[in-house]
Ligand binder design. Sequence first.
Ligand code: 5GP
Length: 305
Amino acid sequence: SQRYYTGIPIMASNMDGVGTWDMALALAKNNMFTCLVKEEDPAFFWDWLNNNPYKSDLVQHMAVSTGVTDIDEQRIEKTLNLNKSLEYVCIDVANGYSEGFLDFVKRFREKYPKLTIIAGNVVTPDITEELLLRGADIVKVGIGPGSVCTTRVKTGIGYPQLSAVIECADAAHGLSGHIIADGGCSSPGDVVKAFAAGADFVMLGGMMAGTDQGGGEVKDGHVEFYGNSTTKAQEDFGGVQNHRTSEGRIVRLPYKGDVNNAITDILGGLRSGCTYVGAGELKHLSKCATFVQTKNGATHNTVYK
Ligand code: 5GP
């Protein structure tokens, strides 16, 4: 797209309870990014954006999301045609390994040469390069690591997220492209590690859910949070098809209050992480950090003697 991004490259995921308008507003005020949920009504969206005093901040820190079905395509085209100021679009499918998806990205690039295109999800370097060559600017990386994802259990498919980020970042950077580490961060330290592994952006679901801005009813101090492919999330779109299984689950998260609390915690960890390894700027983190392989099965709770 030839555009530059200036801001804190942490993104709210396009999930129910995360990629909401309230989240976009709160994050934009903090120079952070939101991928909005897919099912935005183009006219309502226009109304909200154009009557918003923070419109110019929002368009710099927000992507509208789409799938690749004909209905998705019609809706996103309507949204983009109504809202010419939009700069980012996120083309999001669970499995980016299909010719149809690659073609969609290529057609989208041809139609919208100036839009910054986010596309995913994938987990390997060759397809990362292919997506960039077809016109994506930022490739979304992660299959299996999400906090409410059951793909590994239900299908046996997944790729260790840290390895995926290291390998895909390397491939993308060779073509002057970028990647998003999407899924699997459950603490500020994980966000630091994702950047240290070479991610240009880090996308968060569960860490931003359960907040006021994510919405959802607070019951007994908890908020329900569910995956995009759960039956619950798909209900609005005709349910999960009979021949498919839901690859997401529903969890109850402790209510976290204002998302600004979570942001303070994440950014505090990130600043401190940079200080530990001597990274003066976030983009230096991957050069300053070193990963050490621990014994098989070791976790962060393992005590070494
Ligand atoms: P988290 O930050 O919660 O660990 O992961 C968020 C990511 O999980 C999302 O951005 C998305 O890529 C992925 N995700 C969201 N919902 C589902 C789902 O229902 N199934 C699967 N397999 N992944 C999901």
